[in-house]
Structure formats: C-alpha cells, structure tokens
Design a protein around this ligand. Structure first.
Ligand code: ATP
Ligand code: MG
Length: 395
C-alpha cells in the first residue's frame, strides 16, 4: 500500500480530523484536488474531505476545535469550515450518483457506506484518488483507477465511456485541467470528448456560463483550446482571432482590468442578446459597446459614451478596433482629468440658473477637455461666462 507524505502542519490538521471522525464512529478520507496537487508537488487552497457518516456533524466538531467558522449547506448536505483567514475544508458525506438513462440531467444522489463508490462518481482518474485519514490506516492511498499512473504520464482520463454524456461540464473541466496542470487529454478521452460535444447544448445557461467563466479565468488563450476541441463550434460561438486575444492580454495588464467579462462579450459579438439571461447591467454594457463599436472615435459625443462604459467594455473596444486603441488608452489615462473642476454650485454662484443647463455646460466642458480646448479651471470659467453673455459655447 502506498502512503502519502504530508507536511507536518497539514499532517496534524488531518490527524485531528481523523481522530474526531473516529470518536463519532465515522471514517474519513482526503479526496480530489488536494490529493492530486500533493502528489504533483503543487500548492493548493481548498481541501475536500469525504466522510462516511454525517459530514456536517464532523465539520461542526472540527470547527469548534479550531475555532473556525462553519458554513452549512442544506444541499447534499455538506459543510465548510474556514479558519486562520485562508484555510478552508469542505466536508461532504460519501455519496453515489445515478444519472438518468436517456437524457442529460442532474443525477439522483444517495448516501453510501463505501467511500470507493464515492470515487466512481468523479470526473478524472487524477481526481479520483483518496487518502485515508483514519487513525489506524492514516496516509494510505486508494487509487482504484490508476490516477497515480496518469499523474506520472500527465494525462487527463475519464473513468468510463459515458462520463461526458452524463455530465457535459466535464468537457470544460477536462480542457481546464489540461491547461492548469499542463497535462494532455488522453487519446480515448479525447475521442469521447469529440463524440459527446453535442450534449453541451443540453446544459442550462447557468451551468454553461459558470463553466465558461471558470475556463476564462485561466486567461484568453483558453479560447484557442475551446475552439480546437470544437466546443465553440457546437455552441455557436466565435471570437475575433489571435491578435484580438493578444491585445486583450496587453490591455488587461496595462489598464489593470480583469478580462473575463471582455472575453464573454467577444463570444456574444454575433449573437442576439434575447437568447441569454445575463444581468441587466451587462446587457446594457453590450448595447453601449455596440453603439460605439468601430465608429471613428474622434467624434465629440463619443467621450460621453465612453464615460458610460465599464472598464471591461473599454478593454473590449481597445482590443477589438486597433485604429481606436490610442483613443481608448488616452481615455483610460485621462478620464479623471476630464471631469470639470467647476461644480453646479460654482456655476450657480456665477449666475447660471438652477436648470438642465448646468448639466449641459458640464458636458461642453468635458468635450472641451477631450479635444484639448480646455486645460484648466480658468478656461472652464471663461466658457461659463461666454454662455452667460449669450454666446454660442458648443464646439
Ligand atoms: P481545483 O479546485 O484545484 O480546481 P479540484 O479537483 O479540487 O480542482 P473541484 O471543482 O474543487 O476541483 O472539485 C473537487 C472534486 O470533486 C474533483 O477533484 C472531482 O473529484 C469532483 N468533481 C467536481 N466536479 C465534478 C464533476 N462535474 N464530475 C465529477 N466529479 C467532479
Ligand atoms: Mg477544489
């Protein structure tokens, strides 16, 4: 029996969990991501523990012991314990999952007394290795699908041929893990992935976009992989190409913008928004962007449109239309300075009546700054004075 070597700190936490479980009459195992990451010598954050018994009870006692915070979820049921600001352990009761036979859907879930059955419901061999945390057999590795071999060969392999059909989100997970771990997708798994692409269309919008977002967190290059494996084609998505992705990378660093929403915007470029139930604010941003799009941005009204855009939308315009990129850059760098120094009160003191004219004058000042005709407070005051004298102050 192979055994795992934990770092001393981790070891004492896991030994504690094993002892508590024993006192409660349960048994307990470390599973999934952390096992894989320890074997690969990678760092990890979230810990998953499977309990044969009542996982919530185990979590409660453990959380008292470490003076942690217990987050309880009714679904399944499971519980998370957080402590020391960063450490986080998920406690889940061992379960089996039975998928509906003739359609794609969520599985029927049953508790099981056999933790090996819990490993069978998992996605890939490297995620289906368990480590015993029970005091008598602490550290023993259980690896019924030869995940250790696949760790060594650096392969993502599903556990059975219907895996992708049962849960098409695993298609995204396979691609995501292959990038994150620098693994290859095993040949037969690759074939089955292609065969079962069609089931992606059966995913709910919510599950689909959750997976897409998780993938996009790995960076813009992920889109190349989603295209390579046919995922984008099956879902009817496309994106503007490699140089667009490169400009996204440059812009997201230069302007310090998270590009996930920008990339989603790109996927939706040719799509009618009616088919998607995104948040209203996001839909509004897409509409604003479509109004500006590839217009020649020197147009004086454009600055007002740019002020309505969130950073991720500005990044989109920056990357999508290179001829406008300098203007967007300019806007990112100077938008604070474009705000008028004069406020409504200043204008009223100068004699402007309380009316929509105040807002109108503000806009003229912003435009003046945008086109370089106004550079300081004195020139703002002069514009208001010209207005008060009845002169034309539009640019
Ligand atoms: P990381 O958290 O580093 O991305 P992970 O392996 O911990 O990797 P999670 O999404 O946290 O991934 O899931 C925890 C474990 O639950 C996985 O290792 C896997 O065994 C199982 N799992 C998660 N999602 C699925 C799924 N869709 N199908 C089958 N098993 C899954
Ligand atoms: Mg995890």
């Amino acid at each position: 029996m192979r055994r795992i070597n934990f770092q001393p700190e981790l070891r004492s936490v896991f030994e504690e969990i094993g002892k508590i479980a024993k006192n409660l009459g349960f048994s307990v195992y470390l599973v999934g991501g952390p096992v894989r990451d320890i074997l690969l010598g990678r760092s990890f954050q979230d810990v998953d523990v499977v309990c044969v018994g009542n996982a919530v009870k185990l979590a409660k006692v453990f959380s008292k012991r470490v003076k942690g915070e217990l987050i309880y979820r009714r679904r399944f049921p499971n519980a998370t314990v957080k402590w020391n600001n960063s450490a986080k352990i998920d406690f889940v009761s061992a379960r089996s999952e039975v998928y509906p036979k003739n359609k794609v859907g969520l599985p029927r879930i049953r508790r099981t007394k056999d933790f090996l059955i819990d490993l069978k419901r998992r996605d890939f061999t490297v995620n289906a290795i368990a480590v015993d945390l029970n005091p008598e057999s602490f550290g023993n590795i259980y690896d019924p699908f030869n995940g250790l071999g696949d760790c060594q060969k650096r392969l993502i392999r599903i556990l059975h041929p219907d895996s992708f059909k049962e849960d098409p989100t695993r298609i995204f997970r396979a691609i995501r893990f292959s990038i994150e771990l620098s693994f290859q997708i095993e040949e037969n798994t690759k074939k089955l992935l292609s065969r079962d692409l069609k089931y992606l269309k059966a995913l709910s919008q919510k599950r689909l976009w959750k997976e897409i977002k998780l993938c996009l967190k790995d960076g813009s290059d992920v889109l190349n992989y989603l295209r390579k494996y046919g995922v984008l084609r099956v879902l009817g998505f496309s994106y503007p190409g490699q140089s667009f992705l490169e400009r996204i990378d440059v812009g997201s660093i230069q302007f310090d913008v998270d590009p996930v929403d920008t990339l989603i915007m790109a996927l939706l470029e040719k799509k009618s928004l009616r088919n998607y139930n995104f948040e209203k604010s996001f839909i509004r941003q897409i509409k604003y962007v479509r109004e500006v799009n590839n217009k020649v941005l020197r147009n004086i009204e454009v600055v007002h449109k740019l002020f309505k855009l969130e950073d991720y939308s500005l990044l989109y315009l920056f990357a999508r239309y290179p001829k406008n990129s300098i203007i967007i850059e300019n806007f990112f760098d100077n938008r604070e300075k474009l705000q008028p120094e004069l406020n409504g009160e200043d204008m009223k003191r100068m004699g402007v009546e309380e009316s929509p004219d105040i807002g109108w004058l503000m806009k003229r000042i912003i435009e003046g700054k945008w086109i370089g005709k106004i550079s300081d407070r004195k020139e703002e005051v002069e514009l208001v004075e010209r207005y008060l004298e009845g002169k034309d102050v539009s640019w």
